[in-house]
Design a protein around this ligand. Structure first.
Ligand code: SF4
Length: 400
């Protein structure tokens, strides 16, 4: 992939798509024909020391890709050529990508393809890697992640040898990990491993300004590790019922952004983030995100301050994944961070189906203990002041 120069401003993009404003991004799909003819391309950034330039917007593949082939085609045209999936993503994510490459084999080389392994042992990992390759109709994956790493000890010498072997065999080009838990620690320690090429981590306007996260990102950049941000919406849309939210909404509207677009722009303002991985299960979200990606309007200091203030005012609504704090404060082995994430999928992303399927993978005996455990110590230590006990009970009601 080359760093094709962005030729179109966001406003021209909107004009080209026949839309007059953000509301019109909900336009019927047939109106996209005009956009398909435009030279609009998402800008690119270097991905660490890999030598690859990736689009700053990547397509999170946790949706029914098989039924959205036209949208994938359009994503290609707009330069969204970094696709992220995982062996465990449901709704035929990998198979949908395979269907696409079956029909458009010439596009395979244009895509920076990422998949992930839930297994932690070499035998399990090779089985999953081979299955992913078969499902996706390809003989290599550009970047292969160990999925959802919670502590750096998971990346041991055995995993390193495995990654080296698969690189030598040409099955993967680069290796790294994704992390939703204890991100700062995982990034800092990952930066010390010279065999890690890329990391995808939860990163958004709530987390990006902390000293710990800044230090962790700097360490990875210094080590030449490519960074992809995920969960950039920081827990869903603003509710627009406090002074901060109303002021923020007004300012963003003046700039022509929705709050979702402003949150993307906040992350892109850090040039060290190579790409944002965003779930874009339909054309409206894809277009809205592309519109934000091609815009050159910077958020002002005041905009950033407002986002920070909003993050502070709503901190008890957002779990930052620092599970080493809360889970070590209770006697029971309860995956608090995982349950918080499933609640977020359900409440903020509206993906109840996925949230329920993941929640119900928690062994039954642990789910039973969820409601009975005393979380008072954990609540006292939680930096976000989350009502952990209440949320665990609500998770049982909503997701069982
Ligand atoms: S519940 Fe609190 S302490 Fe636990 S992971 Fe979330 S933010 Fe961190």
């Amino acid at each position: 992939m080359t760093g094709e120069k962005n030729q179109w401003s966001r406003r021209r993009f909107l004009k080209a798509t026949g839309t007059a404003g953000l509301g019109a991004l909900m336009a019927p799909v047939n109106r996209l024909a005009t956009a398909a003819e435009t030279p609009t391309r998402v800008p690119t950034r270097p991905f660490g020391k890999t030598g690859v330039d990736v689009p700053i917007l990547s397509l999170g593949g946790m949706f029914n890709i098989a039924s959205n082939q036209l949208m994938m085609r359009q994503a290609m045209r707009w330069g969204v050529t970094y696709w992220d999936t995982a062996d465990c993503y449901q709704r035929g994510s990998e198979k949908g990508i395979g269907k696409f490459f079956d029909k458009y084999p010439q596009d395979r080389q244009k895509v920076f393809l990422v998949s992930k392994s839930d297994a932690r042992d070499p035998d399990g990992m090779i089985k999953l890697l081979n299955r992913s390759l078969k499902r996706m109709n390809t003989n290599y994956i550009d970047l292969y992640f160990l999925h959802s790493v919670k502590r750096i000890g998971e990346l041991d010498d055995e995993i390193k040898s495995w990654a080296d072997k698969q690189k030598a065999a040409g099955k993967i080009r680069f290796f790294g990990f994704s992390t939703h838990r204890n991100m700062e620690e995982c990034l800092l320690a990952g930066a010390k491993l010279d065999w890690i090429d890329g990391i995808m981590m939860t990163y958004n306007y709530r987390l990006m300004h902390t000293k710990g996260m800044k230090r962790a990102v700097d360490a990875c950049v210094k080590a030449g590790i490519g960074l992809t941000a995920m969960k950039t919406q920081g827990g869903g849309s603003v509710r627009t019922d406090t002074d901060t939210e109303i002021e923020m909404a007004g300012r963003f509207l003046e700039k022509g952004f929705t709050d979702a677009q402003a949150k993307l722009r906040a992350v892109w303002q850090n040039p060290n983030i190579a790409s944002i991985c965003s779930q874009m299960p339909n054309m409206s979200i894809l277009m809205s995100n592309i519109a934000a990606a091609v815009d050159k309007t910077e958020l002002s200091v005041r905009d950033t301050q407002l986002l920070k203030r909003y993050a502070q005012e709503t901190q008890s609504d957002y779990c930052t994944g620092c599970t080493n704090i809360c889970q070590s404060a209770i006697k029971e082995n309860i995956p608090i961070g995982d349950v918080m994430r499933y609640l977020m999928y359900c409440r903020s992303y509206g993906d109840r189906h996925y949230a329920m399927s993941e929640f119900n993978k928690i062994p039954e005996k642990i789910r039973i203990r969820l409601a009975k455990t005393d979380y008072s110590n954990a609540e006292q230590r939680c930096p976000q002041k989350m009502a952990i006990g209440r949320l665990m009970k609500e998770a049982i009601q909503e997701l069982s």
